[in-house]
Design a binder for this molecule. Structure first.
Ligand code: C2E
Ligand code: MG
Ligand code: MG
Length: 252
């Protein structure tokens, strides 16, 4: 992992989030990829887990944030002026005292406006409940950066947290979507999350949408921000450049 970072072997892919109401691209999420000559394609979840255990998560997270902002700023000056970016930020990064300054620096260096960036956090970060974490979240929000709660429903989802932290978006975890066409319980949970989000004024993104059946069910419930293989797998920079050029996204 250390060599991969030094050698520049890590790569970013980007996955579209599609707005099916407006029939346009809503945003893209940066996702790390490591294709090692010996290990081959390393599972990103495994990669992040090992990085967290070995302390490499901090340099990796910083690299991802910087690289993604530079790339999206470049797309915004070309094919997609309104392009919005989401980046996953690890809890370890949030616990480091220079998080806010490093985000500020990355935005200044890349020229990406704060309003074009959403930082994805997970529920267990909010469980941490420390004054520092709360302050960092507030400072990011004050800067104009948006916050999304990733994998929603898999952790200790607490309504109190949703009120306390200025989260803009909930991303419903794909485990709830997988069986919605056949499992009434999952569908009921998704319904409940949607209803709650609406009354709290939160935006909902649904992850892991793979089939037309799932899409239709979600559409009928007024969910219109969809991320999943049904629309697109994560794309390399070249593939995304092509996607943006082809897409009648309404972004221009
Ligand atoms: P995540 O942030 O929830 O990202 C969504 C994951 O769902 C991605 O997996 C994506 O490829 C996958 N996905 C998207 N659509 C579908 C679908 O329709 N079906 C299925 N089965 N999967 C779908 P990926 O890229 O393997 O990443 C896994 C997790 O690793 C991410 O979950 C995130 O928690 C973490 N991760 C990935 N990149 C980064 C990064 O740059 N920094 C940090 N800190 N974590 C990252
Ligand atoms: Mg994510
Ligand atoms: Mg997720």
């Amino acid at each position: 992992l250390r060599h991969a970072l030094d050698r520049g072997d890590l790569e970013l892919y980007f996955q579209p989030v599609v707005d099916i109401a407006g029939d346009r691209l809503a945003s893209i999420e940066a996702l790390i990829r490591w294709n090692d000559s010996v290990l081959k394609a390393v599972d990103p979840e495994q990669l992040i887990k090992v990085a967290e255990e070995t302390g490499f998560i901090l340099p990796i997270d910083k690299w991802v944030l910087a690289e993604a902002c530079v790339q999206v700023a470049a797309w915004r000056t070309g094919v997609a002026p309104q392009l919005q970016l989401s980046v996953n930020v690890s809890n370890a990064h949030f616990r480091s005292s220079d998080l806010v300054e490093s985000v500020r620096g990355v935005l200044a260096d890349s020229g990406l406006p704060a309003a074009a960036l959403t930082i994805e956090i997970t529920e267990n970060l909010l469980m941490d409940d420390s004054v520092q974490i709360l302050d960092r979240l507030r400072e990011l929000t004050a800067m104009g950066v948006k916050l999304a709660l990733d994998d929603f429903g898999t952790g200790y989802s607490s309504l109190a947290y949703l009120k306390k932290f200025q989260v803009d978006t909930l991303k419903i975890d794909q485990t709830f979507i997988r069986d919605i066409a056949t499992n009434d319980g999952d569908l009921a949970l998704v319904d409940a999350i949607i209803a709650m989000s609406k009354s709290l004024g939160l935006t909902v993104v649904v992850e892991g949408v793979e089939t037309p059946e799932q899409l239709e069910l979600l559409k009928a419930r007024g969910c219109h921000l969809i991320q999943g293989f049904h629309f697109s797998h994560p794309l390399s920079v070249d593939e995304m450049t092509e996607y943006l050029a082809d897409e009648k996204t309404g972004l221009n």
